[in-house]
Design a protein around this ligand. Structure first.
Ligand code: ZN
Length: 177
């Protein structure tokens, strides 16, 4: 495992604007990319990271919502259905210090492959759906500031996300009982 440098919009916008290529080989190199992405995401306390953010033009994403479900790995993710709307705060490891409200679908259906190439389809909602949309956008060179409808300061972002995380955790616990 190795900690990788995160590209920032300020320094590396050209690279971040590129579209990632589909993964066709599911081998050791992919596994080590996934491990590097996880290590980097955890080190920088992110909730998700796309391979493009460390300069690797592959359709690979990892997400960790810190909800006890562990890290989810998404290879070649494709959103096949979208329903509803949510307007929530987003930030990005590639845009340190920037926060804003983005409108995303509340419910999505996602098709992706696992690290060994198995095809999976899942439904996601709320914070999970929001995170997937944000990361899939990265694979297409799209940043949240392209979609933002209101930028806010760090303090307001902190308050809003704290509240959200609490609600998210509560909902998860309720479901588990
Ligand atoms: Zn991001």
């Amino acid at each position: 495992m190795a900690l990788r440098e995160i590209l920032t919009e300020k320094k590396d916008e050209r690279q971040l604007r590129k579209t990632a290529r589909e993964v066709t080989v599911f081998d050791e190199r992919l596994f080590s990319l996934l491990e590097d992405m996880k290590e980097t995401m955890i080190h920088y306390m992110g909730a998700g990271i796309a391979a493009t953010q460390i300069g690797v033009m592959k359709r690979v994403v990892v997400i960790d919502l810190d909800d006890g479900e562990g890290v989810i790995e998404l290879i070649n993710p494709v959103i096949t259905k979208e329903k509803g709307k949510q307007r929530e705060v987003e930030g990005c490891l590639s845009l340190p210090g920037s926060w804003g409200y983005v409108v995303r679908p509340e419910y999505i259906t996602l098709r992706y492959q696992t690290r060994i190439g198995e095809e999976v389809e899942i439904n996601a909602e709320g914070l999970f759906a929001q995170s997937i949309c944000h990361e899939v956008d990265h694979l297409n060179g799209v940043l949240f500031i392209d979609l933002v409808d209101e930028m806010i300061d760090e303090e307001e972002a902190g308050r809003s996300m704290e509240k959200r995380r609490y609600n998210h955790t509560k909902k998860k616990q309720k479901r588990a009982v």
